[in-house]
Write a protein that binds this ligand. Structure first.
Ligand SMILES: Cc1ncc(COP(=O)(O)O)c(C=O)c1O
Length: 388
């Protein structure tokens, strides 16, 4: 038997992707199953973006292009980062990638050496620990708590830090909790970054445009004294309903860019040019983006009001992203709760354990789904659990 790559073989498969596939297969047999597992907008990509991709393809813009991306897009992204995020990166420090996930991968691979440690905050996106492990690094979880409203503290970060700590990964608005960085969180992060000058911060801002009420998204890259160690990761998937296009980007220092470019040249070569031309149009689709945001806002409200009326159920008010983070007090852990609710109420969500949740009581439901689905979910759960 040939021994295959030990590091990659030992990675845990993505629980959310696995569950999404499993639920889709189950829906083929039982169409009444409500699938709220996927982190995917249910809207079509706005027409002007598709039209531009088609136009560029027909015009023959279908060959290799410059590895880090077309200059017009990198210039537009530099302008966007400056105007919207107060983050100053030159176009030469911006890398267009096939999806935000690859941007995270590229950033992690460029920074980590085998044996280095990378801190990630839980509950957090399922792919961070696996991407860290794929670089030979060691993921170190800092557990944020429901009862503390998932606030970040300097002390918790400092306690998790050793001389091997190389990276801290954050994601706000957060998948799965829907939290946005508060001013106190930002101050804790900035203080930490100042005190630990050998740590690089990856700030995954992929949900930045999906934010509710008066919550404001502020990038850690706008803190000038630490900005040269902040890698901003972002993408088009969530804000513009472009998940299948595979378009993301990262912005980083010259030194990190230089290393990332080597890996990119030998793996991806480039991200499709006609897609990048269409991404330029996406950046102008502010109205379409706002309409989608308003829909998510309404849907989040529906779940927030509906689920909080149920016995043994508590949902945090989403501040951003499109996930309901729901705590169940049914005498089971989150994995068992998910199985029980799928069996008894035909609702499929992702257990908190997939996000490294320490308390093991929460389930994530995506509300990037129709209002009808969400009302059906509430109806099924009301029948099963009853009202408070
Ligand atoms: C927190 C977070 N970061 C990054 C991504 C990657 O998105 P994409 O690769 O589609 O750009 C996702 C997708 O689910 C996500 O939830």
């Amino acid at each position: 038997m040939i021994e295959l790559n030990r590091t990659i073989s030992s990675l845990t498969p993505s629980k959310s992707v696995t569950l999404m596939e499993k639920t889709k297969a189950m829906q083929k047999v039982d169409s009444s199953i409500i699938n709220l597992t996927g982190g995917e907008p249910d809207f079509p990509t706005p027409a002007p973006i598709c039209e531009e991709a088609y136009r560029q393809m027909m015009a023959g813009y279908t060959h290799y292009i410059d590895g880090p991306g077309i200059m017009e897009l990198r210039e537009a992204l530099a302008k966007k980062l400056q105007e919207e995020n107060g983050a100053f990166y030159t176009p030469d420090q911006i890398f267009v990638t096939p999806g935000g996930k690859f941007a995270v991968y590229l950033a992690v691979q460029s920074v980590m050496n085998p044996g280095d440690e990378a801190i990630w905050l839980t509950p957090g996106w399922v792919s961070y620990p696996s991407i860290i492990e794929s670089s030979g690094g060691i993921p170190v979880a800092v557990h944020l708590k429901w009862d503390e409203d998932y606030r970040i503290t300097y002390e918790a970060l400092a306690e998790a830090t050793t001389e091997k700590t190389k990276l801290l990964i954050i994601n706000y608005p957060n998948n799965p909790t829907g939290k946005v960085l508060s001013e106190t969180d930002r101050e804790a992060l900035a203080r930490y970054m100042r005190d630990y000058p050998n740590v690089v911060l990856i700030s995954d801002e992929i949900y930045e445009h999906i934010v509710y009420d008066d919550h404001k998204v502020v990038s850690m890259a706008s803190y000038k004294d630490i900005a040269d160690r902040v890698i901003v990761v972002n993408g088009f998937s969530k804000s513009y309903a472009m998940t299948g296009w595979r378009l993301g980007y990262m912005a980083c220092s010259d030194a990190i860019f230089k290393v990332a470019k080597k890996l990119f040249q030998h793996t991806m070569s480039c991200t499709s040019g006609f897609l990048q031309k269409a991404a330029l149009v996406a950046l102008e689709c502010k109205e379409e983006m706002e309409q989608m945001r308003q829909s998510y806002d309404r849907r989040g409200q529906i779940l927030y009001e509906g689920l909080n009326q149920l016995k043994g159920v508590e949902m945090k008010k989403p501040e951003g992203a499109f996930y309901a983070w729901v705590k169940f007090d049914l005498g089971m852990d989150s994995q068992q709760t998910c199985e029980y609710l799928l069996e008894q109420a035909k609702i499929s969500g992702v257990p908190g354990i997939a996000y490294g949740e320490e308390d093991k009581v929460c389930v994530r439901y995506s509300f990037a789904s129709s209002e009808e689905c969400l009302y059906n979910m509430i109806e099924n759960l009301t029948a099963l659990l009853g009202k408070k």
